[in-house]
Design a protein around this ligand. Structure first.
Ligand SMILES: [Ca+2]
Ligand SMILES: [Ca+2]
Ligand SMILES: [Ca+2]
Ligand SMILES: [Ca+2]
Length: 512
């Protein structure tokens, strides 16, 4: 057999076969292949057998004018201008985001496999009847709308939730938002503390600490719908326990009573002091009670130092750590009773009371002296002088000692004294001319007596000293008067001078 592309020039004869590869004439357009056969006797086909075919090696023109536009929120319409080709365009192939989407024979395509809120890119190629494919068109994009006009709804949860009160630990804030089953979905939750001054993107639960805080929050969906801002209730957190002081009996260091008065002060950051409790040993506490500025308290039995411990609680439930304490010494034991009490009156016009010192564990600070059972006065020594006495009266004294804590001893054994009745006293006067005396002159002096007292005087001795710079004239005293040269006085002895009685004597002196 032999082949030809033009029926004129033939290929070299070759053995017969059922297939043959053959190259048509160059170029495009209608091309013909010829064949003729030879039999074993050498006879060739009379008329060559021919078959024609159109050769098209050129791709169609690149599609232009591509447009992609969303329709609703579930489809995108893609259209373009028809390509051209010498042998005819037989169809177009759509690609979305680089992936094969489909083929059409018209210049439009509806993509119904889109999702709301997504953006897609499209290209188109054209092909001809023999499969030549044009270069891809320009890339066009289409954003499919969400079809969502309802903002999301955000809720806030607190753990622990202090409600209208106070938490004594940090509060965890959990925000959760929903856009409903048909919504475009929550894109972002934003929040801010104490107003929208600073906006934070919520990614995980966060803590709110000490103080009073509000949380503002809102969400935005994927369609851009922004929720109206929500504001949490005030979140009150108080992590700090109260502090304070306790004073026993106004800060005294010593008392004689186990019943004491406590003065309390307290302060707190945050929720404020609400409760208090007490302890004698710092470990066993009274039931909590409402805080007050004062309270009565009974100390444990036994003299010595006793402490009062205080703890304070705030409205959030924080108890003060450790304890606030104060101490006081109790001395409930009186001093020993004074002994050896004596009452004496050496001068007859006052009474000296004396005694032996008492002793006491916290010290004796003084003594109280009683006369006839009534308090007379106090002394810090072991003696007391009673000047408020009168002759002829009897007095009885007792003494009690006092210690530093104010304890009073039992009364001592009493000491009594009786003051003697006063002796009557005579009024005396001496008269005589001693004005401008001349030396050697003798002067006569008169001594006058009178009993102006309330009792008769018996066994009376009247003594009269000589005036200065004079010398007694021997034997001059009348009525038995005697001059005592040793003491320089003239004396008269009278057995009795009744009340109201008066009399007089004389004696003479010479002027020196
Ligand atoms: Ca072509
Ligand atoms: Ca929505
Ligand atoms: Ca506090
Ligand atoms: Ca005592």
């Amino acid at each position: 057999m032999s082949f030809s592309s033009n029926g004129v020039s033939w290929s070299a004869a070759e053995p017969y076969g059922t297939t043959k590869s053959w190259t048509l004439a160059d170029g495009e357009g209608f091309r013909t292949a010829y064949v003729k056969y030879q039999d074993a006797a050498g006879n060739w086909t009379n008329e060559p057998i021919s078959r024609g075919i159109v050769v098209d090696k050129t791709a169609p023109s690149r599609p232009t004018g591509v447009a992609a536009s969303p329709s609703g929120n579930n489809r995108v319409n893609v259209s373009w201008t028809a390509s051209t080709d010498a042998t005819g365009v037989t169809g177009y192939t759509l690609y979305r985001d680089g992936q094969l989407l489909g083929t059409v024979t018209i210049t439009g395509y509806t993509d119904q496999s889109v999702l709301p809120g997504h953006t897609y890119s499209y290209t188109v190629t054209a092909r001809d009847a023999v499969g030549n494919v044009s270069p891809p068109s320009d890339l066009v994009t289409a954003a499919v709308p969400w079809g969502d006009s309802v903002p999301p709804t955000t809720t806030l949860a607190l753990s622990p939730d202090p409600g209208a009160g106070w938490a004594n630990q940090s509060v965890t804030v959990v925000l959760s938002s929903s856009d409903g089953t048909d919504g475009s979905g929550v894109r972002q939750i934003s929040y801010s503390l104490d107003g929208w001054s600073t906006s934070n993107t919520y990614t995980q639960p966060f803590s709110v600490g000490e103080g009073v805080t509000t949380v503002s929050y809102r969400a935005e969906d994927n369609a851009g719908n922004l929720e109206t801002s929500n504001t949490s209730p005030a979140i009150r957190v108080d992590l700090q326990p109260p502090s304070g002081t306790v004073a026993i009996n106004g800060g005294a260091t010593l008392t004689n009573s186990f019943g004491v008065s406590l003065s309390l002060s307290a302060e707190d950051t945050g929720s404020g002091v609400t409760h208090m409790r007490f302890s004698s040993d710092g470990s066993s506490w009274t039931t909590a009670e409402s805080f007050a500025g004062s309270r009565s308290w009974t100390l444990p039995a036994g003299d010595g130092s006793h402490s009062v411990h205080l703890q304070l609680r705030d409205a959030a439930g924080n108890w003060s750590a450790g304890s606030i304490s104060s101490a006081i010494v109790v001395d409930a034991t009186p001093p020993t009773t004074p002994t050896g009490v004596t009452a004496t009156s050496p001068d007859g016009v006052s009474v000296s009371v004396g005694w032996q010192a008492s002793s006491d564990a916290t010290g004796v600070t003084g003594y109280r002296v009683y006369r006839g059972g009534a308090l007379l006065g106090e002394s810090t020594s072991t003696g007391y002088t009673d000047n408020d006495v009168s002759s002829g009266n009897s007095y009885s004294y007792t003494v009690r000692s006092v210690d530093s804590a104010g304890n009073l001893s039992l009364p001592s054994v009493s000491a009594a004294i009786a003051l003697a009745t006063d002796a009557p006293v005579l009024d005396l006067a001496m008269t005589g001319n001693l004005v401008d005396p001349l030396p050697g002159e003798t002067v006569r002096l008169q001594v006058t007596y009178r009993n102006n007292s309330a009792t008769d005087a018996v066994d009376v001795t009247i003594s009269c000293p000589l005036p200065d710079a004079t010398t007694y004239v021997d034997g001059s005293a009348t009525a038995g008067g005697v001059f005592d040269a040793g003491s320089g006085v003239v004396r008269w002895a009278l057995s009795s001078v009744p009340v109201g009685a008066t009399g007089h004597f004389y004696f003479e002196v010479t002027v020196d």
